[in-house]
Each structure stands twice: as C-alpha cells, then as structure tokens.
Design a protein. Structure first.
Length: 295
C-alpha cells in the first residue's frame, strides 16, 4: 500500500531518518560548530555568520529549506517530479524536524569536548542518511546539486562533484570556526561515511569459504548435514600439477566459520581453505528481502 506515492516502509524510513538527522545537527554538530559539508553544514555556517553580523542567527531549518527549494525546482524541471519525489518529502520533513527538535532539551549541551560530538554526531548522521538512502531518497543538498551539474555536464563523476562541493563547505567552516573544529569535523565526516556504508551494505557480515581438497565429496556432505549450509562445487585445474580439481564454495554466518574450519580440517588436514568477508547475502538462510536492514 502506498502513501503519497511511496510505500509505507519508505515513508517510515524517510521520517525516522530525517528526524535523526535533525537531532544530529541540533544536538551535536551545530552547538559544537562542526561543519561536515552538505546543506546542513551550510546552514550551520549561515547561522553563525548572521549571528555575528546581526546578533540573530538565521535558523537552520530556514536555510535548509531556502537552499533546497531552488535545487528541487531545477531538478524537477530537468528530470520530472517522480525523480525528486521521495527526496522532496525527506527535505520537507527534515526542515520541519530541524525546527521542532530545536525546542527539545539537549542532553549533551554541557559537554565542552569536541571529540564526542564529532564521533556521536557523525555516527547519528551516518545512521540517519543511511536510512533515507535505504528508502530510495536523499536529504537533498550536495547530492542534488551534484546530480544537477552532472545532468548538464555528463563527463563529471558525481562522487567527485559531491566531494568538491562538500570540500568548499568544510573550508568555509575552517575560516568561520577555526582549524581545530575543522579537524574534528573531518573526523565526523569519516565516521559518517563508515556508518552509511554499514547501513547500506548491511552490518551482518557473512563469511565465504573456498575449499580445495581431494576429499571434496565427503567434506561437502558433512557441511550440508552438520552445519547445515548449501555447497557449490566449482571445476578447476591445478596449473602446477595440471590435474583437475573441485573447489567447494560455501557461505556461512560468522558464528559458523569456526565449525566449518574444524569440520574441514578434521576430514582433511591438508585441505587448502580461503576465507573472505561477505558484506551482504541474499537468499535462503540469509537476508530474504534485499531492502531489509536486518536478517
């Protein structure tokens, strides 16, 4: 069932993600003067500059809404309303959330440290943006501006465009708030990127094992019976011996990898085993819904 042209799940993720983003800005980044790029970083800079000039800072939600409206109008004109629909909901709710969360008591206001706001603010920022992205939307701002530029100049890589735009915003923060806060802001950006990657790619990493053994039939039977996990046999040729080999490929959860290693070595101590990390698995026994956040 759809609400406002999107599914209930997508709407829920957008609302929760945008609210958490507003909390990250109002509780951690803005009070500490940490400019992490994007429209949110620009809003923090504008608030500080106008406060110094006029004694009253322009509210964060006003700048966020004011800067995003022309970007959306251009984007909708370029690609149509459907392209920007979800992101428009995200930006509108974010602006509203920036306003009403500003009235909530900040439990971290007493902290005089910059490292904790950088770490926790970055983590909360990454979590919120990750949820919005999982809904197929964006929070507007930098990525929207980058997509507009790329539409006109297709030869520009969008990731480099976003990096350049965010770099300019962070540089503004450097001149406004000083080098110390700028360095903490960079730490926050790093934490944000790692958390976004975890949310998008999944945090329940699995393990993939490649097993080469002369007892592949017995090993595969034991794996399927005792772990149990499906096993795929891959035909291969040993380039030194020129003999045919059968490589077993199996994916297990992290808590099953020790059992797998012990099982294989118990059958064939000479077996050659390669184990790698798998960030996301879709299929039976693992994540069934590719859009789900958990197993």
């Amino acid at each position: 069932m759809k609400v406002l042209g999107i599914t209930k799940r997508e709407l829920f993720l957008i609302l929760v993600g945008s609210t958490l983003l507003a909390l990250a800005i109002n509780w951690f980044l803005s009070p500490s003067g940490l400019v992490t790029g994007g429209i949110s970083g620009t809003s923090i800079v504008v608030e500080e500059v106008t406060r110094n000039l006029f004694g009253v800072g322009v509210p964060l939600w006003v700048t966020n809404l004011g800067l995003n409206i022309p970007l959306f109008l251009i984007s909708i004109r370029q690609r149509g309303f459907k392209f920007a629909q979800k992101s428009l909901y995200s930006v509108l709710w974010l602006s509203f959330a920036l306003w009403f969360t500003g009235f909530l008591p900040n439990p971290f206001a007493a902290s005089g440290d910059f490292l904790l706001p950088a770490l926790f603010g970055g983590a909360l920022l990454g979590c919120s943006i990750g949820l919005v992205i999982r809904a197929g939307a964006t929070t507007g701002g930098t990525d929207m501006l980058a997509s507009i530029i790329k539409f006109k100049h297709n030869n520009f890589p969008i990731t480099k465009l976003m990096l350049m735009i965010d770099g300019v915003i962070i540089l503004c923060g450097f001149f406004i708030f000083g080098q110390e806060k700028a360095m903490y802001a960079i730490i926050s950006v790093f934490v944000t990127s790692k958390v976004i990657a975890s949310i998008i790619e999944g945090v329940d990493y699995a393990k993939a094992a490649f097993i080469i053994s002369d007892k592949s039939q017995l090993i595969s039977a034991e794996i399927m019976q005792k772990i149990p996990r499906g096993v795929t046999g891959l035909k291969a040729t040993g380039m030194y011996s020129k003999s045919d080999k059968e490589v077993l490929y199996v994916v297990v959860s992290q808590n099953e990898i020790t059992r797998l290693r012990e099982l294989v070595q118990g059958i064939d101590p000479k077996a050659f085993i390669t184990i790698t990390d798998v960030k996301e698995v879709l299929g039976e026994g693992f994540i069934k819904d590719p859009t789900a956040l958990t197993n």
